[in-house]
Design a protein around this ligand. Structure first.
Ligand SMILES: [Zn+2]
Length: 65
């Protein structure tokens, strides 16, 4: 299963089979530590952040194979 570090600090690692689950599992950490990043995007992080997230998830997928 892909494991991904927090793309903004690397301090938290989350394991999830899909990017959706990864995103949901990562959100509590963002509410705690990176509130500024998701502020104003309560249910939906910004597009630029999602691009970084998806790139990191793709990388995690590739290295888990
Ligand atoms: Zn973090």
């Amino acid at each position: 299963m892909p494991t991904m570090a927090c793309i903004d600090c690397g301090a938290v690692h989350v394991e999830a089979a899909s990017w959706q689950t990864m995103l949901v599992s990562m959100m509590p950490h963002y509410f705690d530590v990176h509130h500024d990043i998701i502020a104003g995007h309560r249910d939906h992080p910004s597009g630029a952040w999602m691009e970084r997230f998806m790139a990191a998830f793709d990388e995690a997928m590739n290295s888990s194979e």
